[in-house]
Design a protein around this ligand. Sequence first.
Ligand SMILES: Cc1cc2nc3c(=O)[nH]c(=O)nc-3n(C[C@H](O)[C@H](O)[C@H](O)COP(=O)(O)O)c2cc1C
Ligand SMILES: Nc1ncnc2c1ncn2[C@@H]1O[C@H](COP(=O)(O)OP(=O)(O)OP(=O)(O)O)[C@@H](O)[C@H]1O
Length: 143
Amino acid sequence: MKRVLATGTFDLLHPGHVFFLSSARALGDELYVLVARDSMIRHKAKPIVPEDQRLNVISALRVVDKALLGSEKDIFEPLYEIEPDIIVLGHDQTFDIDELQKSLKEKGFQAKVTRIDESLKCPLYSSGRIVNKILERYCQDKA
Ligand SMILES: Cc1cc2nc3c(=O)[nH]c(=O)nc-3n(C[C@H](O)[C@H](O)[C@H](O)COP(=O)(O)O)c2cc1C
Ligand SMILES: Nc1ncnc2c1ncn2[C@@H]1O[C@H](COP(=O)(O)OP(=O)(O)OP(=O)(O)O)[C@@H](O)[C@H]1O
Protein backbone atom coordinates (compact mmCIF):
# COMPACT_ATOMS: atom_id res chain seq x y z
CA MET A 1 0.00 0.00 0.00
CA LYS A 2 1.48 3.33 -1.07
CA ARG A 3 0.19 6.20 1.05
CA VAL A 4 0.16 9.60 -0.65
CA LEU A 5 -0.05 12.86 1.30
CA ALA A 6 -1.28 16.14 -0.18
CA THR A 7 -1.47 19.43 1.71
CA GLY A 8 -3.12 22.79 1.24
CA THR A 9 -5.50 25.43 2.49
CA PHE A 10 -8.53 24.38 0.40
CA ASP A 11 -10.55 27.52 1.03
CA LEU A 12 -13.58 27.83 -1.30
CA LEU A 13 -13.24 24.54 -3.22
CA HIS A 14 -13.05 24.58 -7.02
CA PRO A 15 -12.26 22.07 -9.82
CA GLY A 16 -8.50 22.82 -9.56
CA HIS A 17 -8.52 21.29 -6.07
CA VAL A 18 -10.37 18.22 -7.34
CA PHE A 19 -7.85 17.90 -10.20
CA PHE A 20 -4.91 18.22 -7.77
CA LEU A 21 -6.28 15.69 -5.29
CA SER A 22 -7.28 13.20 -8.02
CA SER A 23 -3.79 13.50 -9.58
CA ALA A 24 -2.21 12.96 -6.13
CA ARG A 25 -4.42 9.93 -5.44
CA ALA A 26 -3.38 8.37 -8.78
CA LEU A 27 0.26 8.26 -7.56
CA GLY A 28 -0.51 5.65 -4.91
CA ASP A 29 -3.14 3.48 -3.23
CA GLU A 30 -4.58 5.84 -0.63
CA LEU A 31 -4.73 9.59 -0.21
CA TYR A 32 -4.27 11.47 3.05
CA VAL A 33 -4.79 15.23 3.10
CA LEU A 34 -3.40 17.70 5.63
CA VAL A 35 -5.54 20.82 5.80
CA ALA A 36 -3.58 23.94 6.77
CA ARG A 37 -4.46 25.59 10.09
CA ASP A 38 -5.89 29.11 10.05
CA SER A 39 -3.03 30.24 12.32
CA MET A 40 -0.35 28.82 9.98
CA ILE A 41 -1.49 30.66 6.85
CA ARG A 42 0.79 33.67 6.65
CA HIS A 43 1.84 33.63 2.98
CA LYS A 44 -1.52 34.92 1.75
CA ALA A 45 -4.81 36.34 3.04
CA LYS A 46 -6.43 34.32 5.82
CA PRO A 47 -9.03 31.88 4.49
CA ILE A 48 -12.71 32.83 4.42
CA VAL A 49 -13.81 29.38 5.57
CA PRO A 50 -12.74 28.28 9.09
CA GLU A 51 -10.39 25.30 9.38
CA ASP A 52 -12.97 22.81 10.77
CA GLN A 53 -15.31 23.57 7.89
CA ARG A 54 -12.49 23.24 5.31
CA LEU A 55 -11.61 19.87 6.86
CA ASN A 56 -15.23 18.72 6.80
CA VAL A 57 -15.61 19.39 3.07
CA ILE A 58 -12.24 17.85 2.07
CA SER A 59 -13.09 14.72 4.12
CA ALA A 60 -16.27 14.25 2.08
CA LEU A 61 -14.49 14.03 -1.29
CA ARG A 62 -14.50 10.56 -2.88
CA VAL A 63 -10.78 10.67 -3.75
CA VAL A 64 -9.78 11.41 -0.14
CA ASP A 65 -9.28 8.46 2.21
CA LYS A 66 -8.48 10.53 5.29
CA ALA A 67 -8.18 14.25 5.95
CA LEU A 68 -6.65 15.80 9.07
CA LEU A 69 -5.98 19.29 10.37
CA GLY A 70 -2.27 20.10 10.40
CA SER A 71 -0.19 21.12 13.40
CA GLU A 72 -0.20 24.72 14.62
CA LYS A 73 3.49 24.52 15.52
CA ASP A 74 5.51 22.25 13.30
CA ILE A 75 4.65 21.07 9.77
CA PHE A 76 6.60 17.83 10.32
CA GLU A 77 4.67 16.80 13.46
CA PRO A 78 1.66 15.16 11.69
CA LEU A 79 3.99 13.05 9.53
CA TYR A 80 4.92 10.82 12.48
CA GLU A 81 1.31 9.62 12.57
CA ILE A 82 0.58 9.64 8.83
CA GLU A 83 3.84 7.95 7.69
CA PRO A 84 3.42 8.90 4.01
CA ASP A 85 5.34 7.16 1.22
CA ILE A 86 4.87 10.08 -1.16
CA ILE A 87 4.35 13.79 -0.41
CA VAL A 88 2.79 15.67 -3.29
CA LEU A 89 3.21 19.39 -3.84
CA GLY A 90 0.93 21.40 -6.10
CA HIS A 91 2.11 23.54 -9.01
CA ASP A 92 2.10 26.77 -6.95
CA GLN A 93 3.21 25.50 -3.54
CA THR A 94 6.36 27.42 -2.75
CA PHE A 95 8.34 24.66 -1.00
CA ASP A 96 11.67 23.86 -2.64
CA ILE A 97 11.54 20.12 -3.35
CA ASP A 98 15.24 19.47 -2.66
CA GLU A 99 15.21 21.40 0.62
CA LEU A 100 12.03 19.69 1.80
CA GLN A 101 13.40 16.28 0.81
CA LYS A 102 16.62 17.02 2.75
CA SER A 103 14.73 18.13 5.89
CA LEU A 104 12.56 15.01 5.76
CA LYS A 105 15.61 12.77 5.46
CA GLU A 106 17.33 14.51 8.38
CA LYS A 107 14.25 13.85 10.52
CA GLY A 108 14.21 10.18 9.52
CA PHE A 109 11.24 10.22 7.13
CA GLN A 110 11.41 7.96 4.07
CA ALA A 111 8.78 9.85 2.03
CA LYS A 112 9.61 10.91 -1.53
CA VAL A 113 8.55 14.44 -2.47
CA THR A 114 7.14 15.07 -5.92
CA ARG A 115 5.31 17.94 -7.60
CA ILE A 116 2.27 17.93 -9.84
CA ASP A 117 3.32 20.66 -12.26
CA GLU A 118 0.13 20.58 -14.27
CA SER A 119 -2.65 22.94 -13.34
CA LEU A 120 -6.28 22.98 -14.34
CA LYS A 121 -7.64 26.08 -16.01
CA CYS A 122 -11.35 26.72 -15.69
CA PRO A 123 -13.28 29.98 -15.22
CA LEU A 124 -12.51 30.11 -11.47
CA TYR A 125 -9.40 27.99 -10.94
CA SER A 126 -8.20 29.47 -7.65
CA SER A 127 -9.76 30.46 -4.32
CA GLY A 128 -8.26 33.93 -4.77
CA ARG A 129 -10.11 34.35 -8.08
CA ILE A 130 -13.41 33.40 -6.44
CA VAL A 131 -12.84 36.03 -3.73
CA ASN A 132 -11.90 38.67 -6.35
CA LYS A 133 -15.01 37.94 -8.39
CA ILE A 134 -17.23 38.34 -5.32
CA LEU A 135 -15.48 41.60 -4.41
CA GLU A 136 -15.80 42.93 -7.98
CA ARG A 137 -19.48 42.11 -8.14
CA TYR A 138 -20.58 43.41 -4.75
CA CYS A 139 -18.20 46.36 -4.42
CA GLN A 140 -19.15 47.61 -7.91
CA ASP A 141 -22.85 47.35 -7.03
CA LYS A 142 -22.27 49.52 -3.95
CA ALA A 143 -20.17 52.17 -5.77
C1 LIG B 1 4.96 18.03 4.25
C2 LIG B 1 4.06 19.17 4.62
C3 LIG B 1 3.48 19.20 5.87
C4 LIG B 1 2.66 20.26 6.24
N1 LIG B 1 2.14 20.27 7.50
C5 LIG B 1 1.36 21.31 7.88
C6 LIG B 1 0.82 21.37 9.20
O1 LIG B 1 1.05 20.51 10.04
N2 LIG B 1 0.04 22.44 9.51
C7 LIG B 1 -0.25 23.44 8.63
O2 LIG B 1 -0.98 24.34 8.98
N3 LIG B 1 0.28 23.42 7.38
C8 LIG B 1 1.08 22.38 6.99
N4 LIG B 1 1.62 22.36 5.73
C9 LIG B 1 1.45 23.54 4.86
C10 LIG B 1 0.08 23.71 4.22
O3 LIG B 1 -0.76 22.60 4.29
C11 LIG B 1 0.15 24.26 2.83
O4 LIG B 1 0.83 23.43 1.98
C12 LIG B 1 0.85 25.59 2.80
O5 LIG B 1 0.27 26.40 3.77
C13 LIG B 1 0.68 26.20 1.40
O6 LIG B 1 -0.68 26.35 1.22
P1 LIG B 1 -1.43 26.58 -0.14
O7 LIG B 1 -0.92 25.66 -1.18
O8 LIG B 1 -2.82 26.25 0.23
O9 LIG B 1 -1.19 28.02 -0.47
C14 LIG B 1 2.42 21.32 5.33
C15 LIG B 1 2.99 21.28 4.05
C16 LIG B 1 3.81 20.23 3.70
C17 LIG B 1 4.41 20.20 2.33
N1 LIG C 1 -6.23 25.07 -10.75
C1 LIG C 1 -5.43 24.21 -10.09
N2 LIG C 1 -4.82 23.21 -10.76
C2 LIG C 1 -4.02 22.33 -10.10
N3 LIG C 1 -3.77 22.37 -8.77
C3 LIG C 1 -4.34 23.34 -8.06
C4 LIG C 1 -5.20 24.31 -8.67
N4 LIG C 1 -5.64 25.16 -7.71
C5 LIG C 1 -5.06 24.75 -6.56
N5 LIG C 1 -4.29 23.67 -6.77
C6 LIG C 1 -3.50 22.96 -5.75
O1 LIG C 1 -4.34 22.63 -4.65
C7 LIG C 1 -3.58 22.73 -3.43
C8 LIG C 1 -4.29 23.64 -2.46
O2 LIG C 1 -4.34 24.91 -3.06
P1 LIG C 1 -4.83 26.20 -2.33
O3 LIG C 1 -5.65 25.86 -1.18
O4 LIG C 1 -3.68 27.14 -2.14
O5 LIG C 1 -5.84 26.79 -3.45
P2 LIG C 1 -5.68 27.97 -4.46
O6 LIG C 1 -6.93 27.98 -5.26
O7 LIG C 1 -4.37 27.86 -5.20
O8 LIG C 1 -5.67 29.23 -3.47
P3 LIG C 1 -5.19 30.73 -3.70
O9 LIG C 1 -5.97 31.27 -4.86
O10 LIG C 1 -5.52 31.38 -2.40
O11 LIG C 1 -3.71 30.65 -3.97
C9 LIG C 1 -2.18 23.29 -3.83
O12 LIG C 1 -1.30 22.20 -3.91
C10 LIG C 1 -2.41 23.87 -5.20
O13 LIG C 1 -1.25 23.84 -6.01
